[in-house]
Design a binder for this molecule. Structure first.
Ligand code: ADP
Length: 277
């Protein structure tokens, strides 16, 4: 790409057009390759639970006169069905965050409500592992964005924090306002999700935001993971004009920080005709 760009700059007009066309084609081919990879990955991820379900249903039929075996197989079928449901749901979420403009129906979104919702979503797995969840600093803060998509992003981060932590640890969610660069300019809201879990190596930190990338596929599958969660989080953050970052020490824990544009009273009044509560 770089070599092409350089020669495009020094070439006369006619060949520059040709070179730009070549660059476009290269980009189109790259996108096509990414799409093909994605379809291959999805097919593979769908085949695993479907294959397991098919084998388990055969096992149930063979064990029809052994009630204990039937109920054991049925339990495993339920796990596979849940995995399939999660995967389909996350695929739908991913395609939604990629295709829609999240700011089209943007509104001031209360951070305390987002955080409470995310905690609620992970309440069951957290209580099973006796993980305590606590939040702070969330009141009075508002993000400018799409409520459903922001909830999906934060929900994923909290879910991961619980999934990749041992029993009897703590997950903390804190929020703060970071002022904008100039006096009176719009600031950012930072929401940090901190766990005392397994952590992520430096090498893996670069890749975890890719679709289907998992540090330990077996462990991720055991917790119903799909490898799509962080890709969704990254898309949501970027499409809101924000970003997501990670800080981690292996064996000690991780902090994922979402940085998103704040909603301000003045801005909201012009856009929405009212001031946020
Ligand atoms: P998954 O559905 O597997 O959780 P994600 O896209 O949400 O997929 O995360 C990708 C991978 O990043 C996970 O499989 C896991 O290996 C790693 N990961 C994500 N969050 C954490 C965390 N809080 N602590 C340790 N590892 C994490």
């Amino acid at each position: 790409g770089e070599a092409l760009a350089v020669s495009a700059r020094v070439a006369p007009l006619g060949s520059r057009l040709v070179l730009l066309l070549v660059e476009d084609l290269t980009e189109a081919r790259r996108i096509e390759a990414v799409r093909r990879d994605f379809v291959a990955n999805v097919s593979h991820e769908l085949k695993t639970p479907v294959g397991a379900l098919s084998l388990l249903s055969e096992a149930v039929m063979d064990a029809a006169d052994e009630p204990e075996a039937v109920s054991r197989f049925a339990g495993r079928m339920q796990i596979e069905a849940t995995r399939l449901t999660n995967l389909v749901q996350e695929l739908i979420d991913l395609s939604r965050v990629q295709n829609d403009d999240p700011l089209e129906d943007a509104e001031p979104v209360r951070v305390d409500e987002l955080v409470a919702e995310a905690i609620d979503r992970s309440r069951h797995p957290a209580s099973t592992k006796q993980i305590t969840m606590a939040s702070g600093g969330t009141s009075g803060l508002h993000i400018w964005g799409n409520r459903g998509k922001l909830a999906a992003a934060l929900g994923n981060l909290v879910e991961n924090a619980v999934n990749y932590s041992p029993a009897r640890t703590r997950v903390g969610i804190s929020a703060r306002r970071v002022p904008g660069p100039g006096n009176g300019s719009t600031g950012f809201i930072e929401i940090a999700v901190t766990d005392q879990g397994i952590g992520i190596s430096e090498k893996d930190r670069e890749r975890i935001f890719e679709r289907f990338y998992r540090v330990d596929p077996a462990r991720s599958r055991a917790t119903g993971g799909t490898g799509l969660g962080l890709a969704i989080v990254k898309h949501v953050a970027a499409s809101h004009g924000g970003e997501v970052s990670v800080w981690s020490t292996e064996g000690q824990g991780s902090t994922f920080t979402l940085r998103l544009p704040e909603a301000r009273a003045a801005r909201d009044r012009t856009a929405e005709g009212h001031v946020p509560a």
